[in-house]
Design a protein. Sequence first.
Length: 326
Amino acid sequence: MMLLSMLALLMVTPPAETEHFATGTGFVIVWRSHALAGATHAGVERAFIMVHGAGRNAEDYFRWALASATVAGQLSKTVVIAPHFKSRSAGDPVEFGELEWSGSGWVSGEHAVSGKATSYDVIDQVLEVLNSQEHFPDLKEVVVAGHSAGGQLVQRYAAVNRMEPRMHVPVRYVAANPSSYLYLNDLRMQLGAACGTDGRCTGKFVKYWDAANCTTYNRYRYGLEARTGYAAASSNEYILEQYPRRNVTYIVGALDTRTDDSTLDRSCRAIAEGANRKERGLIYYSYIKTQFNATHTLEIAPGCGHSAVCVFAGPAGVKAVFGGTD
């Protein structure tokens, strides 16, 4: 399967097209396989929105998503969309009128440096376009997916967004290898305990053992306290009611266990969630299932470390996004 995935990636020659997607008082550039403005796309049954990681390499993520659709045999029925959240402070060239974010503010739904839109508003407006039965008359579902920092965006967006209830088709969320998660209360796994892929753990969720030395561990974007940006407008009650019921899949790379990765969040707030990405993912999956009776699912990406192409062009990603292959 992995060999087929890699071959598909090499063989995909998609239209390298971008679109200036207007939102709020500016625009973002999106890579897309089908025009989002003014066109009708009969036969498109699934939308696959792929959010890039901290490297903000949206074009690469667009092509990896196309590879995933090719492996699944669903490319002709899928519109692939990859928004580009730029940051001038991180070295991105920014056009006049283009929205940009300060540092990693786009990950947690903060407002753009200039303009009223947040990064989560951008996802909302992409969903709004897809919700048009005139332009996408055969659409059956929308999948919002992301890897690493993009996985963080997807997980938090799934928890706080207010757009899903307005959609006429189901929305699913796939969060792969995020460095941290949004917790819904102040509980964390006991020190020294671990969780398995079956959701069973060697310890319990308790008041955080090091809270006195990490007083911000439960603030947004790690917890619900002191929420900012888009998330500030969603009440605790709404989040606690909606998120456990939403269709969320977590993907954890079987080899994503490094603690010396420069992109791994090593703040005390993230350490409260586990030592590495794999551990954090397994713990969070158990947490959301046992504490909130969530119907969420977990996929393990075999042979994958912290690699978006390995995850999404491999069996775990294809299954999570497309339900597997025939």
